[in-house]
Design a protein. Structure first.
Length: 107
């Protein structure tokens, strides 16, 4: 198919050429992580013929994405831990005592 004067391939053909499932390629394209991905007016995703990635490139891309998500999760967990420590280390106020006694333990 030709999109904007550039030869493109269906993701199923890209999958066949690089050995990566089309669903994975589709998700990467939806997240704007697949270089050369273009969307046709119909909404279908195609890849520029000159941008077919290697299997190794996709694995490295996914590994980098995993590390990014792990770092973000670690930072979020650390913030929650600090908040819990700050709340439990400080003496409770009267309002906190009344609120704690009026509700069941959410755990």
């Amino acid at each position: 198919m030709i999109v904007d004067e550039v030869a493109t391939l269906k993701l199923s053909e890209v999958a066949r050429r690089c050995g990566v499932q089309a669903d994975i390629l589709r998700r990467l394209a939806e997240d704007d992580l697949l270089p050369g991905a273009v969307r046709a007016p119909t909404g279908h995703v195609y890849l520029r013929e000159d941008s077919v990635p290697s299997w190794t490139f996709i694995v490295e891309l996914l590994e980098a994405r995993l590390q990014t998500h792990l770092r973000r999760s670690e930072a979020a967990l650390a913030r929650v831990q600090v908040e819990i420590e700050a709340l439990t280390a400080a003496p409770r106020t009267g309002a906190q005592e009344r609120a704690a006694g009026s509700r069941a333990d959410p755990r």
